[in-house]
Design a protein around this ligand. Structure first.
Ligand code: ZN
Length: 248
């Protein structure tokens, strides 16, 4: 089974469509690790697209805030403005859809999905220190996570200790192929579809090939000017529009 792994779409329809085009026929089933909405200009169409693509979707912190399950009290002022804009824009049907999304961890066929970490759906696993703690606590070999908007993987084995991996190619397409090895625990982050923060503006996703025992990390360019124009029209905060082009 080959899984298309999407995370942190953040209402960016152009980026989502570009990922689906780039993934083409390379997968059998899609999964989504949360943060469908928040920041971007197209929450309703993004939910429609993902809902039609798969039912294997967990919620992120922005999904919770945008449907009113939380009050966004820990969000910065700009993220709060985007949250309130999204609440206004969501139809009642789409708000209900977000409210019904399950919290991670959710097990799927030999791996599990979380938004932040297994211990806490809102925790950021950014650096190797946090990753090591999280890897040591894992009881299942493969965990897919998002939330940080940083594409890559952390691995732990008794033979090689902890390692990390991330691609850096400027060419669109598969930028890193990571083999899944025996006796190793993996934390795999597909990166963010709609608001990358690892210094590369291009939309990110991964394909987890469970049978072929590998993960492929992809980057793909998308129609960024169109997304930015829509955000401007919507009156979303300027820093959110600008950050998309630097990928931070
Ligand atoms: Zn996010």
């Amino acid at each position: 089974m080959r899984y298309l792994v999407l995370s942190d779409i953040h209402s960016n329809l152009e980026a989502l469509e570009a990922c689906l085009r780039a993934a083409g026929e390379r997968y059998d089933e899609a999964v989504c690790l949360g943060d469908l909405v928040g920041y971007g200009p197209d929450p309703n169409p993004v939910i429609d697209n993902l809902g039609a693509l798969t039912s294997k979707i967990i919620r992120g912190n922005h999904d919770k805030a945008c449907c009113g399950l939380t009050e966004a009290e820990d969000f910065n002022p700009i993220a709060k403005i985007a949250t309130f804009w999204t609440r206004q824009d969501l139809t009642p049907k789409h708000t209900e859809y977000l409210r019904a999304l399950p919290a991670g961890p959710v097990p799927v066929d030999g791996f599990q999905m979380v938004h932040g970490s297994v211990a806490d759906e809102d925790e950021y696993i950014v650096g190797p220190g946090q990753a090591l703690v999280a890897l040591k606590a894992l009881t299942t070999p493969i965990t897919l996570f998002g939330h940080t908007h940083h594409q890559g993987a952390f691995m732990l084995s008794s033979a090689q200790g902890m390692r990390s991996a991330h691609g850096s190619s400027r060419k669109d397409g598969c930028i890193l192929e990571l083999p899944i090895e025996q006796d190793t625990r993996y934390l795999i982050n597909p990166g963010s579809v709609g608001q990358p923060r690892d210094g590369d503006w291009r939309a990110a996703f991964a394909i987890f090939d469970a049978g072929g025992k590998k993960v492929e990390f992809y980057r793909t360019s998308y129609d960024l000017p169109r997304t930015q124009a829509k955000m401007k029209d919507a009156g979303l905060p300027e820093p959110l529009i600008t950050r998309l082009e630097i990928g931070r």
